[in-house]
Design a protein around this ligand. Structure first.
Ligand code: BES
Ligand code: ZN
Length: 630
């Protein structure tokens, strides 16, 4: 199971909220489902934000962003009297006309709702004069993590980063927090003079000794791509369009690890048209970053846990880069159509990995992902096995499952194989151009597909099979199953070892890649007794693996089969890494093992303060921790 895929509801409800009038676990009500975007309270069908101008100061002592935002908007309905914005846990100080802050506007902050936050209702002035909101964030804002110096690589300075997807931008900016609305932005951010601010915008690599940083984002983006980070960040340009921002100790390792990024951009442009965002920089975050990566435009946010030393985990970069087309350029209009972002992106990721690392690696990753998806789907109710979940009255908590990613990806691969690469590539290229800077629904995609690909290939892409992929449960049996000799060789080795005809030490592992190790660990016969675990560890030094993915799979086995010599590594791992995909399965496995529940709780007690609010909300219920969030 692709376990970074933490249920959306957890993402939505992390760190909620002041007094709630609705239980977090409830599904969306009928009236919520009727909204144009069930996850936003904004009246964006009547009035839309067109531009934001932020002026914020980072106060590390108070753990707050303080300042104001100026909002430009356009009335779609000339009679609209109010603008409703999304907020969560914001302290609103005043609302006024932008060019005359003495002219206050009347406003009202609604009751906090568990999943959605509080609606900020502002009486609009006559005409379309820009408005200004003075506000500050809460220290536990769900979209921000404030790190103490000890949680950073150099342990000298504090660090701040945002994570706005899916609906956390509202916890640091009052705005229309829906992927259906796009706006441009400018920002001025004031930080302590030893630190540097970066944003999902044009970044100026010059250090500003006065601590004031200016940003301009000329391309319109949806709110979930608003991003900021502040820290002791060094800068290194590594190729024509790519630079790394990282704390000093990560700078050179990241420059080596991500050296293929420029080639990935070249490959993507060849397939899907011009990269439209200017530069493509990478920000390496501290290890508590709760995801692998986040596709913030012009500046992807990246976990340091993919710095393996051999570029074997850089498909994450291919993925985040791919979002520059699928997601950032053409965006799902609602989160129930997430597959239009993540499924397309996972498909493009595979194409880019194939282009820069070759077909073998791409197929090995596909095979690992398919295994994971099948396992995950076996535990999902049918309604959550669909690509598009908008039609069903379903808890939207699971839209971020492997279904959107991998089922989406295999659907696109199926279409590609049916019509041939040349036609499919041309179709996608044209699709990105046609819907550039727009938001789309599954229905719109299908209509476009019918007109521009199915019409020419009616026999190869029958509508009923397309519909089965998008609206049906499970995996259609037309799926192309990825098969690779590399894994067959491993299976043969395991079988020979298992029946006693080969020693572990005689298996040729010298040239194994990360993907082969992962397959090996997942294909081992179970259960494994302690002696066998010891033998594996002695032969391959697995407890000391510095590869975060291999270590993760080994620790999972160690928990499952009570292999105590690995526990010190387990403790170190869980107290230094906060990436949900890597930590959640380990806590789960410990809690499923009676003898290890206590250890899980002890480790968590130590690790929790260093985790991101989202990771805390994901792990709290697993280890039965009483949440103290807000
Ligand atoms: N947009 C996602 C990260 C995300 C997921 C944010 C869910 C909020 C909620 C990003 O593009 C992503 O998918 N990251 C993956 C990368 C992997 C599939 C290569 C991750 O973080 O592991
Ligand atoms: Zn993604």
């Amino acid at each position: 199971m692709r376990l970074f895929l933490i249920p959306l509801l957890i993402l939505l409800t992390a760190c909620q909220s002041l007094p709630t009038d609705k239980k977090a676990s409830e599904s969306l009500s009928e009236s919520e489902l009727q909204r144009p975007d069930p996850h936003s309270l904004a009246n964006f069908e009547d009035v839309v934000i067109t531009h934001l101008k932020l002026e914020l100061k980072t106060d590390f002592a108070d753990k707050a962003l303080k300042g104001h935002v100026v909002i430009n908007y356009k009335k779609l309905n000339p009679d609209v009297k109010y603008m409703v914005l999304d907020t969560r846990d914001l302290k609103i100080r005043r609302v006024s006309l932008a060019n005359d802050s003495k002219q206050q506007l009347s406003w009202q902050l609604g009751q906090a709702e568990a999943t959605l936050g509080s609606a900020l209702r502002i009486k609009l002035p006559e005409g379309e004069a820009a408005i200004r909101i003075d506000y500050q964030t809460h220290p536990k804002a769900s979209g921000l993590q404030w790190l103490n110096p000890t949680q950073t690589a150099t342990a000298k300075h504090p660090f701040l980063f945002s994570q706005s997807q899916a609906i956390h931008a509202r916890s640091w900016i009052p705005l229309q927090d829906t992927p259906a609305v796009r706006f441009t932005y400018q920002a001025q951010i004031e930080v302590p003079s030893a630190l540097r601010a970066v944003m999902s915008a044009k970044n100026n690599p010059e250090i500003n000794p006065d601590g004031i940083y200016q940003f301009d984002m000329p391309q319109a983006i949806p709110s979930y791509l608003m991003a900021i980070a502040v820290g002791d960040l060094q800068y290194k340009k590594i190729s024509e369009h790519v630079a790394i921002y990282a704390e000093q100790p990560f700078l050179e390792p990241a420059a080596y690890e991500f050296a293929k990024t420029e080639d990935m951009i070249t490959a993507a442009e060849k397939l899907y048209g011009e990269y439209r965002w200017g530069d493509y920089d990478l920000l390496v975050l501290p290890p508590s970053f709760p995801f692998g990566g986040m596709e913030n435009p012009r500046l992807s946010f990246i976990t340091p846990t993919v710095i393996a030393g051999d570029r074997s985990l850089d498909s994450l970069i291919a993925h985040e880069l791919a979002h520059s087309w699928s997601g950032n350029l053409v965006t799902n209009a609602r989160w129930c159509d997430l597959w239009l972002n993540e499924g397309f992106t996972s498909y493009i990721e595979a194409r880019l990995v194939e282009a820069v690392h070759g077909q073998q690696r791409m197929i090995m990753e596909a095979a690992l992902n398919l295994q994971g998806l099948q396992k995950e789907m076996a535990d999902l109710p049918e309604a959550e096995q669909r690509l598009s979940t908008c039609e069903v009255n379903l808890d939207s908590e699971d839209v971020f499952s492997g279904v959107a990613y991998d089922k989406g990806r295999f659907f696109l691969e199926w279409m590609e194989k049916q019509v041939g690469r040349a036609d499919f590539d041309a179709f996608l290229n044209q699709y990105f151009d046609h819907f550039a800077f727009k938001s789309v629904t599954s229905k719109q995609f299908i209509a476009y597909l019918q007109e521009n690909l199915m019409a020419q290939h009616a026999d190869k892409l029958p509508l009923d099979i397309v519909n089965t992929w998008i609206y049906g449960p499970g995996l259609p049996d037309v799926l192309y199953v990825p098969v690779t000799d590399k894994f067959e060789v491993i299976n043969d080795n395991i079988a020979a070892w298992h029946n006693g005809t080969r020693n572990l030490a005689d298996i040729e592992t010298d040239k194994w890649t990360t993907q082969e190790w992962l397959h090996f660990l997942r294909a081992l016969p179970t259960p494994l007794d302690k002696q066998t675990m010891q033998q594996l560890d002695k032969t391959f030094d697995l407890s000391n693996s510095q590869n975060s993915e291999i270590a993760h799979d080994w620790l999972l086995l160690s928990i499952r089969y009570h292999y105590e010599p690995a526990y010190s590594r387990l403790i170190k791992y869980l107290t230094t890494i906060g990436r949900m995909k890597l930590i959640v399965p380990l806590y789960k496995a410990m809690m499923e093992t009676d003898e290890l529940q206590h250890l899980a709780q002890r480790i968590y007690q130590k690790a929790r303060p260093g985790y991101h609010p989202l990771a805390q909300s994901a792990v709290d219920p697993i280890v039965n921790h009483q949440s103290d969030n807000l």
